[in-house]
Design a binder for this molecule. Sequence first.
Ligand code: RB5
Length: 163
Amino acid sequence: MPDPRTVLPGTPKRIGVAADHGGFELKEYISRMLREAHYEMVDFGDKQPKPDDDYPDFVVPLARAVTRGEVDRGVAICGSGVGACIAANKVPGVRACLIHEHFSARQGVEDDDMNVICLGGRVVANTFAWELVRTFLHARFSGAERHRRRLAKLVKLESSEAA
Ligand code: RB5
């Protein structure tokens, strides 16, 4: 079992985080754990816990940074994780999912090339959320033909819906 605070070779290195007030505390915790584990952490806000802030204002810039390759992967958090997930998936090229268990944290990357993990700050405990993030970051897209075929259909859908 690798040291949980060590970045494994080949893992994504630059990780973006974003949260509204509902996810602020968890974002601060995940940010600290990412730094301690020697990831390069980029904070898209909110920078202060403001009870009236709106998750799209932080999650959409994070999602754009993922698709532009400015960060390798994203962690998007709101109270339930639902709003963050909906917002992130509006950005073409983002494959975000609300995750509550390890199987999907891993398989979502291996099969579906998930590039943003969404968490509910009012739903999951900090330590468990960090374990889910680690599983997500340690997982790799398998590149299997059937998964590429499915993803290609989604890419096509994104362009045809945008037209
Ligand atoms: C904000 O109170 C809350 O609605 C938001 O953080 C999130 O849970 C939305 O899905």
